[in-house]
Design a protein around this ligand. Sequence first.
Ligand code: FES
Length: 103
Amino acid sequence: MLVCSCNYITDKEIREVIVELLDQDCWQLIVPAKVYHAMGKRGRCCGCFPNVVDIIIKTTEEYHAERHSTSAEVIDYMSRLRQFHEENRRADIERRQQRHRAA
Ligand code: FES
């Protein structure tokens, strides 16, 4: 399924890159920009980023479920990952509202 129409990136390609990043360091915080950078791409309109965040969270949960990470480690990590993405999402909305008011 096509996730990013600006760069023609599918969910399969995104999941593959996320797994590669997790293989390098399974506890790193992965953001859409990091995924796109690893693919040699960058966000243009960034409208796909909320969907990419959902794919990051789902793929990371599956990655740790398939490996032998302890429940406590996974819960702590997923909590930090969700909080990080939620804070970024809120900051994004505030930036857009400020730009809209300034225009
Ligand atoms: S849809 Fe992905 S950057 Fe525009």
